[in-house]
Design a protein around this ligand. Structure first.
Ligand SMILES: O=C(O)CCC(=O)C(=O)O
Ligand SMILES: [Fe+2]
Length: 265
């Protein structure tokens, strides 16, 4: 395998991947090859049970270190299968993770999530620990990723801010793709994956894009999908069944402590 095959290639032309109408969101299909995806899933499955943190509706691992309660990353080396082969970190350095684009010009922390069919993640914000850019790579299955906005509650109220139930943006994440969100989409919006086993799409026509059949919301990247099954449902309608999906959510934590320095305190 040639681990350096892409290291000399130029920055990704993000303009061509921008979701129309959403300046802060990019969808890049085929960010990884099928061989790379297969290799990564094999490596993920080799981790022992105790490396996983089990949550109510998914499990996850932290790569690159853990965050303290003060949002400092106690850094650990990244696994070789994001640095050497495949060279995911280097590839992301050609997107929005540049010296001008994020504090270290590259992601230093990855949350790797596993979702079984029917599992998902409730609407949430990623919070202030991270610089407001996240790149999410999907492996093993598609899912539909929704962004939500808060309701403009004039009355304030005592509870938390309420969330508008209609997503403002919905994207089909294909296996091997990466979706990047930044700025307001990261800082003042929420994101979620519904806890369902399949996604039913109603075909588009000359005047309207394909929509999710039950929500009626358009698939914003319908014309960027590259998988044969995804292309098929966009033009003819149909069902995409979810399989086990792994996501690598890659971020740049601003404050970093090396483990040794941390232990001396
Ligand atoms: O799995 C995903 O695509 C999203 C995960 C996520 O939002 C998170 O880990 O904060
Ligand atoms: Fe998140």
């Amino acid at each position: 395998m040639n681990t350096n095959s892409r290291s000399t290639s130029p920055p990704v032309d993000l303009c061509s991947y921008r979701i129309p109408g959403h300046d802060a969101c990019y969808y890049l299909p085929d960010f990884l090859t099928e061989e790379e995806e297969e290799y990564l899933i094999r490596k993920i499955k080799e981790y022992p049970q105790q490396r996983w943190k089990q949550l109510a509706n998914r499990r996850l691992q932290l790569w690159g270190g853990e965050l303290t309660s003060k949002n400092v990353l106690v850094a650990q080396p990244m696994p070789p299968f994001v640095e050497a082969y495949p060279d995911i970190i280097d590839r992301l350095k050609r997107t929005v993770f540049t010296p001008a684009g994020s504090p270290h010009g590259q992601p230093n922390h990855i949350i790797m999530n596993e979702y079984l069919p029917g599992q998902g993640i409730m609407p949430h914000e990623d919070g202030p620990a991270y610089f407001p850019v996240v790149a999410t790579i999907s492996l093993g299955s598609h899912c539909v990723f929704h962004y939500y906005q808060y309701k403009n509650d004039a009355d304030g109220g005592t509870g938390g801010r309420s969330i508008d139930t209609a997503p403002i943006l919905s994207i089909l994440l294909e296996p091997r793709s990466v979706v990047i969100s930044e700025h307001a989409l990261y800082s003042s919006h929420l994101h979620a994956i519904r806890e369902i086993e399949e996604d039913t799409i109603t075909a588009g026509n000359a005047t309207s894009p394909p929509v999710l059949a039950d929500l009626g919301v358009p698939i914003a990247n319908w014309d960027r999908v590259t998988g044969a099954d995804a292309i098929g449902v966009m033009s003819k309608g149909g069902v995409l069944k979810r399989a086990t999906r792994y996501s690598l959510t890659c971020r740049d934590v601003e404050k970093v402590a090396q483990l040794k320095a941390f232990m001396k305190r």
